[in-house]
Design a protein around this ligand. Structure first.
Ligand SMILES: *Cc1c(COP(=O)(O)O)cnc(C)c1O
Length: 422
């Protein structure tokens, strides 16, 4: 901080001596603030998420539970039985470490964990569809944020895409007609980030599985979101769960670790022993390998999921479970400190490409800044820690559902700096 102020003062002094006149104290403050913001942006730094988007991909998706962080610390600070079998004293596999918890959580026989769901799909395509055909319904040719476009990833792995059905309607007969001796997989993708409504028809997953069984072709589901249980108790619509996909008989199901699972970035693949064994034999797996910290955090997150009583130790579920009235109380407390604030009801979102059309009732504070909302947002980002807010109708909005109650004092700090400057 001090270094930036000194540097700016030096610049201004030099400019003054060169005859450029006195820029004034306002300009000095603005220049120092801009330098600080640039500095913060260069490094990875914790931020306050006032956007109301719970799984904000740009802000690192799911925060980890304390118990998961403890596990990361333990396995990262010292040595660990990552690929070492403590019973035999011989080499083991890191992929066996979570086999039990994943079987318990999903009902699947076998599992594999890679770096993210995109990597999981790449591995699956490369193993089963390279040089062969992948049958996909036209309604499943999805693009996820960050450049993951299913047809492109398929093409990249050397598979030939065989599209079936229309954008809005597809029938089992469409898939049946497309089967050939070259078919490598039948693919189903969860349209996590968009909806088709109106005149629509889709094939029931179990019917797709039956078709694949008859033809001897593996049926794979790219589920993405990774919900392990019904989300209705949290006021969200039912989202297809991993267990449902497994129970439908999918040979392989892939989902993210840091979406509705609320864990670390990872791509989790569950399915039949035979299909997972083929994935494990693919040399590409070595390049998609997860590290010990990921496995440790994921293992603990799965354990917390097992019981509704511990599930809300996972920050995502703690945030989802927070009653709106508690958020309004916190907003009122901020308003007492800063009378310019208004207490408002807001709409939060799950984010991360999940449930994009389903708002979560929330609350926060809003204000109309004198110098415009864009400048105020920049000032909040320059706070320590940076506060990321959003603009609604020229007003700055800070949604409290995505801010831990312990951080309200930091929100107040960022607001104090902003209001003092104006
Ligand atoms: C999010 C998503 C992905 C990509 O997952 P990452 O873990 O971010 O790589 C793939 N498929 C679907 C259906 C998704 O929702």
């Amino acid at each position: 901080m001090k270094a930036h102020v000194v540097a700016v003062l030096d610049e201004q002094r030099a400019a003054f001596l060169a005859g450029d006149g006195d820029a004034g104290s306002e300009a000095v403050v603005a220049a120092a603030t801009a330098r600080l913001a640039r500095d913060a942006a260069r490094n990875l730094t914790g931020v306050l998420n006032g956007t109301g988007v719970l799984l904000h991909t740009n802000l690192g998706r799911a925060p980890l539970a304390d118990a998961a962080l403890d596990a990361v610390r333990e396995v990262s600070a010292g040595y660990v039985n990552l690929e070492f079998d403590l019973t035999s004293g011989e080499r083991g596999s890191r992929y066996d470490r979570l086999a039990g918890p994943l079987r318990a959580a999903t009902g699947a026989q076998a599992s594999l964990v890679v770096n993210n769901c995109a990597a999981a799909m790449l591995l699956i395509f490369d193993t089963f569809a390279r040089g062969r055909e992948a049958i996909v319904a036209r309604n499943a040719l999805i693009e996820i944020g960050g450049g993951f476009r299913l047809p492109d990833v398929l093409a990249r792995s050397g598979a030939t895409l065989v599209e079936v059905g229309a954008t809005n309607k597809v029938y089992a007969a469409d898939f049946a007609r497309a089967l050939s001796p070259d078919t490598g997989i039948i693919l189903r993708a969860h349209p996590s980030n968009y909806r088709i409504s109106g005149f629509v028809a889709d094939v029931a997953p179990a019917d797709l599985v039956a078709l694949g069984r008859r033809a001897g072709v593996p049926v794979v589901e790219d589920l993405g979101t990774g919900a392990l249980f019904d989300l209705r108790p949290y006021g969200l619509p039912h989202e297809r769960t991993v267990n449902e996909a497994v129970a439908d008989g999918m040979d392989l199901v892939a989902f993210s670790g840091d979406k509705l699972l609320g864990g670390p970035q990872a791509g989790i693949i569950v399915g039949s022993t035979a299909a997972v064994a083929r994935l494990r034999a693919n040399p590409l797996l070595r390049a998609l390998r997860v590290d010990k910290a990921t496995l440790a955090a994921l293992g603990v997150t799965l354990r917390l999921h097992a019981d509704a009583a511990t599930r809300e130790q996972i920050p995502l579920y703690k945030m989802l479970a927070m009653p709106v009235e508690a958020l309004r109380d916190r907003a009122r407390a901020l308003q007492r400190q800063f009378p310019a604030l208004e207490v408002i009801d807001t709409q939060a979102y799950a984010g991360g490409g999940t449930l994009p059309l389903d708002p979560i009732a929330s609350a926060g504070v809003a204000f109309l800044p004198a110098g415009g909302a864009t400048a105020a947002l920049a000032r909040l980002r320059a706070a320590t820690p940076p506060l990321v807010a959003r603009i609604d109708n020229a007003r700055v909005v800070i949604d409290l559902r995505t801010i831990d109650v312990a951080d309200d004092v930091r929100v107040a700090g960022a607001l104090a700096a902003l209001f003092a400057a104006n």
